[in-house]
Design a binder for this molecule. Structure first.
Ligand code: GLA
Length: 386
């Protein structure tokens, strides 16, 4: 989107004067799903699309939220920023402002904000993290608070946990804030140590397939999985003291897993422990240029998310199955929280047209839903545009 459009809309809405524009991207996760809140590894990249924010300070004491994607504005006084409001999307940026307050930083003046997002909503590409991170980054920069990027990531996650009620891990906000063009982020979600790994695919592209079956990352199913993992840890503590599942190698897990007497919790833990291993193996494979191995790990990740973690559902399973049938597809899996949303696939250049046509046709015939396909461009994390 051109910066002029959001700037002009901002000036038309709020009146002439100065305005700054910031941007933060959505993300696609290559592998390492539902491992972040278990202290495991993830391997996401920032995308080229995301959320822009036009913003300026005002001399009054009002905080104004508006979006080019929604036709209402919310206006709150500086003393009304401590609890969520009824209008759903506003709670993401509002929750971020609240995180500044929790760190003893109260806005000293009002602000006018106009957001504009081009991450497809409900696609599992982290439109919500982009919205949180762009708010945190912009306010920090505009008011000169000097908070470092990793803290901004934690504040953005905190907003989602506390104001939206989703007990998400840190992956999405981290990718949106810390991403780098043509790199994926190999992140240890326990220590937050990370490595930027070049994504050099020589003749292969990352394709995102949107099932258009909206994933609703509602507090319900997602928080249920988080709770099931906590239960597994609790039960394991009879056999071995662990803080989270990410501490266990597959071999260690084998020796203690019978302590998890709850069948559902055991399957959830089996996914988490195996997915963490797949993620570290996948990074080794990518660095060695062994894309075929990387692809097989992606496929196994999908199967584990389908069978043990149960977060795929018919639309995602159909999209992955149809992709697996195509010659030139190296690997394919669901990406993000699941329950709808997108798959991510590695596809050889010469197979892309056939992939889009054939997977598109077969997916629509089987589900009645019209899918969308994008060639992913891996972009930079949060930044000031002007
Ligand atoms: C959502 C959450 C992330 C992560 C993924 C699953 O995107 O926001 O923290 O848990 O699901 O890997």
């Amino acid at each position: 989107m051109s910066v002029d459009i959001i700037k002009n809309d901002f000036l038309a809405k709020y009146g002439e004067g100065e305005v700054s524009v910031y941007f933060s991207p959505g993300r696609v996760n290559l592998i390492g799903e539902h491992t972040d809140y278990n202290g495991g590894f993830v391997f996401p990249c920032a995308l080229s699309f995301g959320t822009s924010l036009a913003i300026r300070k005002t001399s009054d004491k009002k905080v104004k939220f508006a979006s080019r994607n929604m036709d209402f504005t919310v206006e709150l006084g500086l003393d009304e920023l401590t609890s969520p409001v009824g209008k759903e999307w506003v709670n993401y940026p509002l929750g971020v402002i609240n995180q500044f307050m929790k760190r003893g930083i109260n806005l000293e003046s009002g602000v006018e904000m106009l957001f504009d997002g081009n991450v497809p909503n409900g696609a599992g590409l982290s439109s919500s993290a982009a919205l949180e991170v762009v708010t945190a980054y912009a306010i920090n920069d505009l008011f000169g608070y000097g908070i470092d990027r990793v803290e901004l990531v934690k504040m953005s996650q905190g907003a989602e946990n506390e104001f939206v009620g989703v007990n998400c891990g840190i992956m999405d906000q981290f990718a949106s804030c810390m991403g780098k063009e043509n790199h994926a982020i190999f992140l240890n979600c326990d220590t937050l140590e990370y490595e930027l790994v070049p994504v050099e695919l020589n003749g292969v592209k990352v394709i995102i397939s949107n099932t258009n079956s909206p994933h609703k990352l509602d507090a319900g199913k997602y928080n249920e999985r988080v709770a099931e993992c906590h239960k597994a840890v609790e039960l394991l503590n009879g056999a071995k003291a662990v803080k989270n599942l990410g501490e266990l190698s597959p071999e260690e897990f084998e020796t203690v897993k019978e302590a998890i007497t709850d069948e559902t919790a055991l399957r959830r833990a089996t996914h988490v422990v195996s997915e963490i291993k797949r993620t570290t193996d996948a990074v080794v494979a990518l660095k060695a240029g062994e894309l075929e191995i990387f692809g097989k790990l992606m496929n196994a990740s999908h199967e584990s998310l389908r069978d043990d973690y149960e977060v795929t559902g018919n639309a995602l399973d159909t999209m992955a199955e149809e992709a697996w049938k195509i010659e030139g597809v190296i690997g394919s899996r669901m990406t993000g929280g699941g329950f709808g949303g997108c798959t991510v696939s590695l596809v050889k250049d010469e197979a892309i047209d056939n992939f889009i046509e054939t997977v598109g046709k077969n997916y629509e015939a089987r589900t009645g839903l019209k899918p969308e396909f994008f060639v992913a461009e891996i972009g930079d994390g949060a930044r000031k545009i002007c």
